[in-house]
Design a protein around this ligand. Structure first.
Ligand SMILES: Cc1cc2nc3c(=O)[nH]c(=O)nc-3n(C[C@H](O)[C@H](O)[C@H](O)COP(=O)(O)OP(=O)(O)OC[C@H]3O[C@@H](n4cnc5c(N)ncnc54)[C@H](O)[C@@H]3O)c2cc1C
Ligand code: FES
Ligand code: FES
Length: 466
């Protein structure tokens, strides 16, 4: 079937392109649209940023075209820097602002910045300084310096532009084939499970911010790829008074408003996952699915006692998330199963939740250590504790000795400090290029003091003792 989308307003029907070709290569090689640049080919630099309007929405979002595949374009509108100029040769507002504010020198990064800011201008959010920096965190510039780019953002984006009028849904295909490559895009959970049964070795592709590296850097082509973001059951978010259930194929950006309302600290951590370009397509389902020991959401979800909904040929199965991770990159997922959703209980009376990500940079960095804490404190006594860490073992894991050490104790800074020392009994982390084992243990211990001071509303900046 053809892949049906629009490119800079012109209809495109592709039947003769490999569905896992990256959109970056497709634009440059098949259309000669070389305004979209390749810097890193792994989602880090933003030079390849384009704007996408997914089927069924009218929201323009910035994405990294180096990690996006052509198959993922089915039904969407794609806008590149070449598509921005308005009529009569006039520059679009962001482009004009970059010129006026001297926001470019060599120009290599400039199309990517322009596309990130074009998306920001159309989000409809009140654009504050914090939001400008958040919108630009996925774009690197080597020579201009950021001040003039931020000035351009201030002048062009603080008056948000209206999104274009909502568009009609475009017809899309449930499979695409090119050469010896198949790209299956089922619409229902039943069809997804049938595809999984028929092709147990085929990778599941959700946002592709992890798997997309196999296509871009790895230059791999799988005989069959199964795309999950058209499966309606996986795209649901269900918010009740007591739980939030996030479908495995809902993006971080879609889930964020609900997470912010229930656990602001978890939302702060999610806003540090990659960049907007990553969060606009990346999913919590993919973060759990890749089973990385340094994935950001699993420690938080384990501390919050989240349940994983799995579906396979024998029907649905729910398991506590902490039981899902068996060993390094080994999970309890059977060959015929998929993750359909993660269900997170909301906090009850007396419960508090905090999560801390420790990495070398604030934005766009993988964690060295993550600590997530859900404590129940009544009359200043800790009556329950669920604490999980990432980066401390082969899987995200609970700190059971620390938890036991806290229960029944008065919640004081001394308790936090003493119990934090038990981290060395809970974990034996490894040295790697992100952090040494000794650093990880020290950070883990110190996070308990940070937690105490944070909950007490105190400044935690002098905690680190080396
Ligand atoms: C530049 C950059 C920065 C990043 N920064 C961070 C970061 O700060 N923190 C962090 O934790 N991660 C980070 N990541 C990793 C990645 O973005 C996240 O893990 C993301 O959540 C993956 O989601 P996705 O939908 O893109 O997954 P995909 O790439 O589509 O899939 C990832 C894995 O999950 C499996 N999978 C997907 N859906 C399902 C399902 N329904 N059932 C079973 N398995 C499934 C896939 O088969 C694959 O193995 C970063 C990646 C990049 C490129
Ligand atoms: S080329 Fe660097 S993010 Fe895509
Ligand atoms: S203008 Fe040269 S890299 Fe940004």
């Amino acid at each position: 079937m053809t892949i049906n989308f629009s490119l800079n307003g012109e209809p495109c029907q592709e039947a003769s392109v490999a569905p896992t070709k990256t959109v970056l290569e497709y634009l440059r090689e098949d259309h000669g649209l070389t305004g979209t640049k390749e810097g890193c080919a792994e989602g880090d630099c933003g030079a390849c940023s384009v704007v996408l309007v997914r089927n069924g929405t009218d929201q323009r979002v910035a994405v990294n075209s180096c990690l996006l595949t052509v198959g993922q374009l089915d039904g969407a509108d794609l806008i590149t820097v070449e598509g921005l100029s308005e009529r009569n040769g006039e520059l679009e507002a962001v482009q004009q602002a970059v010129v006026t504010e001297d926001g470019t020198q060599c120009g290599f990064c400039t199309p990517g910045f322009v596309m990130a800011l074009h998306a920001l201008r159309h989000t409809g959010e009140t654009v504050t300084e914090e939001i400008i920096h958040d919108a630009l965190a996925g774009n690197l510039c080597r020579c201009t310096g950021y001040r003039s780019i931020v000035d351009a953002a201030r002048s062009a984006c603080t008056e948000p532009a209206e999104n274009s009028t909502p568009r009609a849904d475009r017809e899309t295909g449930e499979w695409h084939e090119f050469g010896d490559e198949k790209f299956l895009a089922p619409r229902t959970l039943d069809d997804l499970l049938a595809a999984r049964l028929a092709h147990p070795d085929a990778p599941l592709l959700s946002g592709g911010t992890d798997l997309g590296l196999s296509f871009s850097k790895g230059r791999k082509h799988f005989p069959v790829t199964i795309f999950t973001q058209d499966v309606s059951e996986l795209r649901r978010i269900e918010n009740t008074a007591t739980t939030l259930t996030i479908g495995a194929a809902a993006t971080y950006t879609e889930a964020l408003p609900f997470v912010t309302a229930a656990w602001p600290s978890f939302a702060t951590l999610i806003r540090r996952i990659g960049s907007r370009q990553i969060r606009n397509v990346g999913t919590i389902g993919g973060n759990i699915g890749n089973a990385s020991p340094i994935g950001d959401t699993p420690p938080c979800l384990i501390a919050l006692d989240a349940k994983l909904h799995l579906h396979g040929q024998n029907g649905p199965r729910d398991i506590p998330l902490e039981d899902y991770f068996l060993d390094y990159r080994k999970t309890d997922l059977a060959a015929d199963e998929v993750i359909s959703a993660v269900e997170i209980p909301k906090l009850s009376d007396g419960q508090v939740f905090r999560a801390y990500k420790v990495s070398k940079r604030y934005d766009q960095d993988i964690s060295a250590v993550i600590g997530a804490f859900r404590l129940t404190i009544k009359d200043n006594i800790v009556t329950d504790a669920r604490i999980a860490f990432g980066g401390m073992a082969a899987t995200p894991k609970r700190a059971v000795k620390c938890e036991a050490g806290l229960i029944g104790k008065a919640w004081t800074e001394d308790t936090a400090r003493d119990v934090g020392e038990l981290i060395a009994e809970d974990f034996a982390p490894i040295d790697d290029h992100r952090a040494s084992a000794a650093y990880r243990v020290r950070v883990g211990t110190n996070l308990f003091v940070r937690l105490f001071r944070d909950l007490a509303g105190q400044d935690a900046t002098d905690v680190v003792t080396l």
